[in-house]
Design a protein around this ligand. Sequence first.
Ligand code: FES
Ligand code: FES
Length: 174
Amino acid sequence: MSSARTTLAPVSKVKIEVKVNGEVRQADVDPRIPLVQLLRDELGLTGTHIGCLTGHCGACTILLNGSAVKSCTVLAASANGDEIRTVEGLADGDLHPVQKAFWDYQGFQCGYCTPGMIMTTLELLRENPDPNDNEIKAGISGNLCRCTGYQTIIQAVRGAAEALRRNPQPADKS
Ligand code: FES
Ligand code: FES
């Protein structure tokens, strides 16, 4: 039996410019690659994780123009001119209050889902600064965790909400 190997045909790259964590970055991208691949492979921002690449797990969640988006579902080329915030853009010397809450409440075990959970939490708490548990569950329902059983994540989001109400972060408004 002959073995056939499928290779993608070469295509012309597309020049794009994005603002990532406040920094303008340029890249020549294959128009077929998803945004998560641009972030990880071209821009070196490996805090954004890849789980499924099909929009189901939420590990790749980032903020795109302020909205939580699964970055495996967006073509990198289509993000030209957009503003992106990744987990690397949160800590400013100290951990961001949402990161600190995940640490304090042990809202992770292996940590694979954590960057996506945190970025989703940022959007959730911007929209609803004092969510109840059902609202937290609904808010993180697009992010899967195989380790924690979710209880400590819910506690972490609750703790993050309290921390942000005490100490709002101006950068989170955008
Ligand atoms: Fe994007 Fe799973 S890797 S949703
Ligand atoms: Fe391991 Fe969530 S902490 S997948």
